[in-house]
Design a protein around this ligand. Structure first.
Ligand SMILES: [Zn+2]
Length: 258
């Protein structure tokens, strides 16, 4: 069984003590490729150095909405510089993590929106998929994506929306990232939504070190947990783990052009 972890933060210090061993163990469990998403300017070099150390790692660069108050205006032009310097490199795979977070109320929504749109424009200009963080902001994200119509679309990370919202994203060509959240027994609405998703619209992810699945509560999440997440979600979707793994790997390869 071959798996792809389409969303990780393996550059975070949480992995400093055991990163090489963890990557090796993950591969032994079938997690062949992993995407590492940069969330702020001060880590982009770290993300790139990490993926350069391992041919199965791929990088995305972006300015994450949760760190809005940390981003400087110059970071946006620097993001453009990074993307143009690495354009066409096989290990550059997307713009992300970008998006809108309306859960955290101290984050200015107008500034988030402007930052999100500027980065969607970069994804369009560099012909890259966008990896999108959406929290309590589906309506705004859907309206924005409808205006941009990215040719390569992207992934809605940690999708936890409704059936209707799923349908809108799928119409726009987006894949829905599924990870730890739907493994929790109390996520009843999400269980129903994922059971109805078309298999060609889903990709698996962990969001390591965050979003631990129910099987490994209160632990550092890592790509080592992806096979168990795949098995738990497949059960909710009434398919075999192999079917979900195959579909998710095929979808990720198609999206990233692998
Ligand atoms: Zn993330």
């Amino acid at each position: 069984m071959e798996l792809i972890d389409s969303h990780t933060h393996l550059d975070f210090a949480d992995f400093d003590a055991d990163r090489p061993a963890l990557l090796q163990q993950s591969r032994a469990l079938g997690v062949q490729r992993m995407v590492v998403l940069g969330v702020y300017q001060r880590h982009w070099q770290r993300v790139w150095d990490l993926v350069q150390s391992d041919p199965d790692l791929h990088a995305a660069f972006g300015l994450h909405p949760v760190y809005l108050d940390e981003h400087r205006p110059a970071d946006l032009s620097e993001l453009g510089d990074w993307l143009s310097r690495l354009a066409g490199h096989r290990q550059l795979c997307a713009v992300g993590e970008i998006g809108l977070d309306f859960f955290l109320e101290h984050l200015d929504r107008e500034r988030q929106q402007a930052l999100f749109e500027a980065q969607l424009q970069l994804a369009a200009d560099f012909h890259l998929p966008a990896l999108v963080h959406v929290r309590r902001s589906h309506a705004a994200v859907i309206a924005t994506l409808k205006r941009f119509k990215l040719p390569r679309a992207g992934i809605i990370h940690a999708f936890a929306g409704s059936r209707e919202e799923a349908r809108e994203y799928i119409k726009l060509g987006f894949k829905l990232g599924l990870g730890g959240a739907p493994t929790w027994p109390q996520a009843l609405r999400l269980h129903k939504v994922i059971a109805g998703l078309p298999l060609d619209a889903v990709v698996l992810e962990t969001d390591s070190p965050d979003m631990a699945p129910a099987m490994y509560p209160n632990q550092r999440n890592s790509p080592l947990h992806l096979p168990a997440i795949c098995a738990a979600l497949a059960q909710r979707m009434n398919i075999s783990a192999e079917q979900l793994a195959n579909a998710s790997t095929r979808n990720a390869c198609e999206l990233f052009g692998w």
